[in-house]
Design a protein around this ligand. Structure first.
Ligand code: C5P
Length: 223
């Protein structure tokens, strides 16, 4: 029997991280944030000043990178080659540049392999853009979370503020729109809502309501 995977895909700010963490905790599953992996590689490329057109070097870099997602003192931490980059990977600059890294097939394949490994040991709640379509097409439960652009920008704004990062609201909204556009329209592993997904519009739902919905879908699946 394969370990259980709850795949949660959707655009930026749809509530994936918040909801996925709570669901994972409730079910005692491992929470995996795949966006953090794309962000970590993007940050490394920026630090090493590799131009995003230089695919060869970027792929080489990805092959020689260690990314660890660690649950530490009630917080999910992201380590890049042994260094905590949890906050650094959340800036708008990194968000913007991830689209380059995310569109390189060879890099995605490296990350897919890392992501699939988690299932060997754990039941998973994994969030991203292509979890149900590419990483685990056989995930037992696939959720597509969505919300209006205005609401998603508001959430992002508050999330950044909480982290002590002040950004202009309109800038964030524009950034989100551009990122969605790229994530949905890229050639390789675009964000798509397949027929096998449960679609949840979270615009007017509380976090608890979304969590409860997913837990009840999970219970239906295992009965
Ligand atoms: O989820 P998050 O907003 O942190 O993801 C950052 C970016 O990483 C996305 O905009 C997308 O381009 C990329 N990504 C992806 N596939 C995933 C997760 C994230 O392409 N599974």
């Amino acid at each position: 029997m394969k370990n259980f995977v709850i795949a949660i895909d959707g655009p930026a700010g749809s509530g994936k991280s918040t909801v996925a963490k709570i669901v994972a905790k409730k079910l005692n599953f491992l929470y995996v944030d795949t966006g953090a992996m794309y962000r970590a590689l993007t940050l490394k490329a920026m630090k090493e000043k590799i131009t995003f057109q230089d695919e060869k070097r970027l792929i080489e870099m990805a092959k020689n990178t260690k990314i660890d997602l660690i649950y530490e003192n009630e917080n999910y931490k992201v380590y890049l080659d042994g260094k905590d980059v949890s906050d650094e990977i959340r800036t708008e600059q990194v968000s913007k540049n991830t689209s380059y890294i995310a569109s390189i097939l060879k890099i995605r394949e490296i990350l897919w392999e890392m992501q699939r490994k988690y299932r060997e040991k754990y039941h998973l709640v994994m969030e991203g853009r292509d979890i149900g379509s590419k990483v685990f097409p056989d995930a037992q439960l696939k959720i597509y979370l969505d919300a209006s652009t205005e609401e998603r920008a508001k959430r992002r704004y508050l999330q950044l503020k909480e982290m002590g990062i002040e950004q202009d609201f309109e800038e964030i909204k524009k950034g989100i729109e551009q990122r969605d556009e790229k994530d949905k329209n890229r050639e390789i592993a675009p964000l798509v809502r397949g027929n096998d997904y449960f679609y949840i519009d979270t615009t007017n739902l509380t976090i608890d309501q979304v969590v409860e919905k997913i837990i009840s879908l999970f219970k239906e699946k295992i009965h």
